[in-house]
Design a protein around this ligand. Structure first.
Ligand SMILES: [Zn+2]
Ligand SMILES: [Zn+2]
Length: 216
């Protein structure tokens, strides 16, 4: 199971562009490749994908965490590059997208083998829980419902091993104690505090970062 950060406020690889927003590619065995969020700008999203040698055409599903511009901004341009992609949108995402297979997510749902959505929490945002050989890897956009609520919702699918994505203003750091891998990205306000508290378990996020775990 492999997660590649495609779009982030920071970069980890020369040639990639940093910009406010978030997107990552999720590749797991026997499941469609998933693009989780699309960043703010289609041009930057497609540029970074090209640099990372990710062909937009191989992506089977786009999951949008929540309808904020820094997660949906690249969607239109991405869909021009992939005419068949299926969409999993939170119920609160109001956009009309003709000619596409769309699943509006309200309740928890299985998206592919070992890949689950927490369902839309607090009427705004869904997160993913991916089952790996170490436990669940939770993928979040901005964590507007709160990291605690997201971890609780994800725990219904198993034991949480790690979290990656934007943690916003989250400061209830004890909630991260049981986790083995913490990768605070994008809008995380307390990145330096989290890295200071959990130095051995933190990964520096940025476009180009790859997280690899064994398949479940
Ligand atoms: Zn947001
Ligand atoms: Zn955001």
């Amino acid at each position: 199971m492999k997660i590649t950060i495609v779009y982030d406020n920071e970069v980890k690889q020369p040639g990639l562009e940093a910009d406010w927003g978030f997107s990552c590619l999720i590749e797991a065995q026997d499941a469609p490749k998933i693009l989780f969020d699309t960043g703010s700008s289609g041009a930057i999203l497609l540029h970074n994908m090209k640099e990372l040698k990710i062909d937009p055409g191989v992506i089977g599903i786009v999951v949008i965490s929540h309808p904020h511009w820094d997660h949906t901004g690249g969607l239109q341009d991405f869909m021009k590059a992939n005419k068949d992609v299926e969409l999993y949108l939170p119920q609160s995402f109001m956009a009309e997208i003709p000619g596409r297979k769309i699943t509006k997510v309200k309740q928890p749902v299985k998206i592919g083998k070992n890949i689950f959505s927490t369902g839309e929490l607090e009427g705004i945002e869904q997160s993913l829980a991916i089952n790996t050989d170490k436990g669940l890897m939770v993928v979040v956009g901005c964590s507007h419902p709160g990291v605690g609520s997201i971890l609780d919702a994800a725990s219904k699918f198993g034991k949480v091993y790690g979290i990656v994505g934007g943690l916003h203003g989250f400061s209830d750091f004890d909630r991260l104690n049981p986790l083995s891998l913490i990768c605070p990205c994008h809008c995380t306000q307390y990145k330096s505090e989290i890295k200071h508290l959990f130095p051995d378990r933190c990964l520096d996020c940025g476009a180009g970062l790859v997280i690899e775990l064994g398949d479940a």
